[in-house]
Design a protein around this ligand. Structure first.
Ligand code: S6P
Ligand code: ZN
Length: 190
């Protein structure tokens, strides 16, 4: 018998579901407070609430070369100050062999992309669009709608995620997505 058996994943957009999975990552504001630019707004929100921001399901596959990982991410609706809820954002450590695809299945968002040299690119994420993320681009997804924003990701299972450039006093992404008059606007990081 072959070493690894074929299998299927069933996903659903609402309520979000992804079966079978091996790992679920849930992050609330407290777990990722350093990613938001407005640290006063972070403190004010945490004084009364610790909202869930992101949930990620990972397929039951080994984190080894030769496999393609799939995952589903949900970003809940909301803002911290005027900055929309978003993922932490990371870059894959191999600049050549770790590209990724995102496929939006519900809601609307923006994909912030940035190279280590500081080049930026913004892509729209809507159902019906498949976003390609070349290996050397850091990526952060932002929920710009009033609803759960749900997307699938496919990437080499051996890819390692580097979050080290994000945080208070660090470089972070050089663009932020803020809500202005009820609409998303991309501006330079303050
Ligand atoms: C992994 C892929 C996604 C993210 C998820 C959360 O390569 O890009 O599964 O892990 O969307 O993002 P982050 O940056 O908070 O881990
Ligand atoms: Zn990634």
């Amino acid at each position: 018998m072959a070493g690894f058996q074929p299998f299927n994943i069933k996903y659903g957009e609402y309520p979000p579901s992804f079966e079978p999975y091996e790992l679920v990552i849930e992050r609330s504001l407290e777990d990722m407070q350093e990613v938001f630019y407005d640290q006063d707004a972070v403190k004010k929100t945490l004084a009364k609430d610790n909202p869930p921001i992101v949930k990620v399901w990972m397929a039951p596959l080994p984190n080894e070369g030769g496999h393609l990982m799939s995952c589903m991410t949900v970003i809940y609706p909301g803002t911290i100050g005027d900055e929309y809820f978003m993922t932490k954002g990371h870059i894959h450590t191999d600049p050549v062999n770790d590209p990724e695809y995102y496929l939006t299945i519900r809601g609307e968002g923006l994909l912030l992309l940035q190279t280590r040299e500081g080049e930026s690119h913004i892509s729209e994420m809507v159902p019906g669009t498949l976003n390609y993320i070349p290996s050397e681009w850091a990526h952060r997804t932002v929920n710009t709608c009033e609803d759960e924003f749900v997307f699938l990701g496919i990437f080499p299972a051996s890819a390692k995620r580097d979050y080290s450039f994000i945080g208070v006093g660090k470089k972070n992404f050089n663009k932020v997505v803020v809500k202005r008059s009820g609409k998303p606007e991309v501006t330079d990081h303050p």
